[in-house]
Design a protein around this ligand. Structure first.
Ligand code: TYM
Length: 332
């Protein structure tokens, strides 16, 4: 089977609807046709300050949500990045073939560091995309299912793989991003000009996977729409409603056109009530399953242990080849 690799940062106590729609839905589908490696990116998470006890807990919470979303440990390798030392090691090697200016052009870094100021921005945040490139290349992944915000990092990964291959001989598979146009970017319900994001200032427009249903209901009823009325998809002039339509369509399997037809001549209140039902219908069972899994942390740890063995096997073999190719004297 062709290989697949992706990951999420365990940097909050819950994933959100953007993570689910933009990534987890594809992960679930692709695990049937690919050998999938799905990672908890804890080394990425520490590029901004994390409270140690919370990071540890959130790593388990995140894997529980992967499983609750339908990622099956019997089909996919669900592993913790720091359990596989090759990630940090390959990142070092890739650092040495990445241009300073090239890394400086990463827009996520520019956005995040602009918010933090240069003295509180870590060098780790700067080299973050290079660590991510290593994550992908260690597994010789042909595809990387992510949301739109990760596209530039995948482009960098492709550039680094190509550069390494031409300098040192064919070593890495050059991966393709797997980004579904319709669902690549879910927006904040209170601020439909911005993507739904873990690091948003206010969480009022973020649907967390582990929110209680009543909270989800309230957030949807309060979602920003427009004064014009009309359940019509038009991202340019009706960003809020269009985002809600996207969410409705993906989670219900109904086309946007048929939803528009169903709500023609009806108010936003009706539409939002129906949307809340659809969203809660999807998230509530996942929330329950995740909480069940979290009640047995030893079982989660067992899953992560077995996965770490498999991930190490693949990643270490790639790293050995890399060290050899670049001329590091191998111990005998
Ligand atoms: P992270 O943790 O920010 O996000 C995890 C995944 O969710 C997608 N996503 C969204 N999709 C649609 N709409 C949104 N509003 C939205 N918000 C987030 C992201 O695109 C991503 O697919 N750098 C990565 C983690 C990572 C990784 C990797 C990914 C580390 N190593 C290797 C792929 C391969 C990140 O920060 O994701």
């Amino acid at each position: 089977k062709p290989r697949l690799m992706s990951g999420m940062q365990p940097s909050a106590d819950s994933l959100h609807l953007g993570n689910y729609i933009g990534a987890l839905l594809s992960w679930k589908e692709l695990q049937e046709t690919h050998e999938a490696f799905y990672m908890l990116a804890d080394l990425h998470a520490i590029t901004v300050p994390q409270e140690p006890a919370a990071l540890r807990e959130n790593t388990r919470r995140t894997v529980a949500q992967y499983i609750a979303a339908g990622i099956e440990p019997s089909k996919s390798t669900l592993f913790v990045q720091s359990h596989v030392p090759a990630h940090a090691e390959l990142a070092w090697v890739l650092n040495t073939i990445t241009g300073f200016g090239e890394a400086g052009r990463m827009t996520q870094f520019k956005d995040k560091s602009a918010k933090q100021g240069s003295d509180s921005t870590s060098v780790g945040l700067f080299t973050y995309p290079i660590l991510q490139a290593g994550d992908i290349l260690l597994y010789n992944a042909v595809e990387v299912p992510v949301g739109e915000d990760q596209r530039q990092h995948i482009e960098l990964t492709r550039d680094l793989a190509t550069r390494f291959n031409s300098r040192f001989g064919d070593t890495f598979v050059v991966p393709e991003p797997y980004i579904l146009k319709a669902t690549a970017k879910i927006y904040d319900l209170q601020n439909p000009a911005s993507k739904m994001s873990k690091s948003a200032e206010s969480t009022a427009g973020i649907i967390w996977m582990l929110d209680e249903p009543s909270v989800t209901q309230k957030k949807i009823m309060r979602a920003v729409t427009d004064a014009e009325g009309g359940v019509v998809y038009d991202p340019a002039t009706k960003a809020g409603v269009s985002n809600l339509l996207t969410i409705y369509s993906v989670l219900s399997g109904q086309s946007i056109a048929s939803i528009e037809a169903e709500f023609a001549g009806r108010g936003y209140g009706d539409f939002k009530k129906a949307l809340a039902e659809v969203v809660i219908g999807t998230l509530a069972p996942m929330r329950e399953r995740a909480l069940e899994l979290l009640a047995d942390p030893a079982e989660l740890d067992r899953i992560l242990n077995a996965a770490a063995d498999r991930a190490n096997e693949v990643a270490q073999a790639t790293l050995d080849t890399v060290y050899d190719r670049i001329g590091l004297l191998r111990r005998v």
